[in-house]
Design a protein around this ligand. Structure first.
Ligand code: GDP
Ligand code: MG
Length: 244
């Protein structure tokens, strides 16, 4: 069974969200919007967007962070009977022209997680770009493999059964540490993954809530925690991999 929807974590991105939802609906995808305790102005826009069929709204009373919002959205997607969820940012950074391609790949291999790896244009802030290299190296070490091409890009199609099995059994990072952590932990479970290049754009005057110091500190802590987790599990991970 392949019944996909989109899951969009939203924190005060009311300027860009309507175009994102329209593009996804034009691509034929029902949308689960997660209001991560946004401002009243953003909440109003989200109420309007969710007033149509096939658009679902989850409202979090207290701000959780991107990961917390995505996890709430994935749970709601499963509750609504969807089998797969395309995670997309609300700020229009992701190339929504690629949606059909990502879904086709997921339909062809429903057990796999389909992950975008970013092709940046010149708009990417250099600080963010360099910080990613550090994450690449940690992710390779912690996943005991070079197969994860990018762990930070939140444009992915999750198979919901396998993903929720992990989310329900582990306490994952709830902020910007979520995107890399879930990939490493799924890799430990031998989750099949496919990689598709995808354009990522940082619009001029775009609103990013990434907190350079705080989020990078959280991400470093997450890598350290995964490193010790990997040491403990290394024999099991490698044995599972050999068995295929
Ligand atoms: N930063 C942040 N983003 C959130 C939060 N909750 C949901 N999001 C959403 O997560 C996505 C990524 O956030 P963004 O600020 O664009 O981060 P960046 O793309 O890494 O610079 C957007 O869709 C946000 O609206 C939150 O508490 N903090
Ligand atoms: Mg963004």
């Amino acid at each position: 069974m392949h019944r996909p929807c989109a899951v969009i974590p939203v924190y005060n991105h009311e300027q860009t969200l309507p175009q994102v939802v329209e593009a996804l609906r034009t691509a034929g995808l029902p949308c689960v919007l997660v209001d991560d305790a946004s401002s009243p102005a953003c909440a109003t826009v989200m109420d309007q967007l969710a007033a149509v069929p096939d658009c679902f709204l989850v409202r979090l009373a207290v701000n959780q962070g991107k990961g917390g919002a995505v996890m709430a959205g994935l749970r709601e997607a499963a509750r609504q009977g969807f089998s797969h969820a395309l995670q997309v940012d609300a700020d229009g950074q992701h190339d929504l022209g690629a949606v059909a391609h990502f879904l086709a790949r997921s339909r062809a291999e429903p057990q796999a997680l389909i992950c975008g790896y970013p092709q940046y244009d010149a708009s990417v802030p250099k600080g963010r770009l360099y910080a990613r290299y550090l994450t690449h190296v940690w992710v390779w070490i912690n996943s005991l493999s070079l197969s994860i091409r990018d762990a930070m890009c939140g444009f992915r199609v999750y198979p919901l059964t396998a993903t929720l099995a992990l989310i329900d059994s582990t306490r994952l990072g709830r902020r910007m540490d979520f995107d890399p952590e879930i990939l490493v932990r799924l890799a430990w479970r031998n989750q099949p993954m496919h990689w598709l290049p995808t354009r990522v754009h940082y619009p001029q005057g775009g609103l990013s809530h990434f907190r350079l110091l705080h989020d990078n500190a959280l991400i470093s802590k997450m890598h350290a925690k995964l490193f010790f987790g990997m040491l403990l599990r290394a024999p099991l991970i490698l044995w599972r991999r050999r068995r295929g």
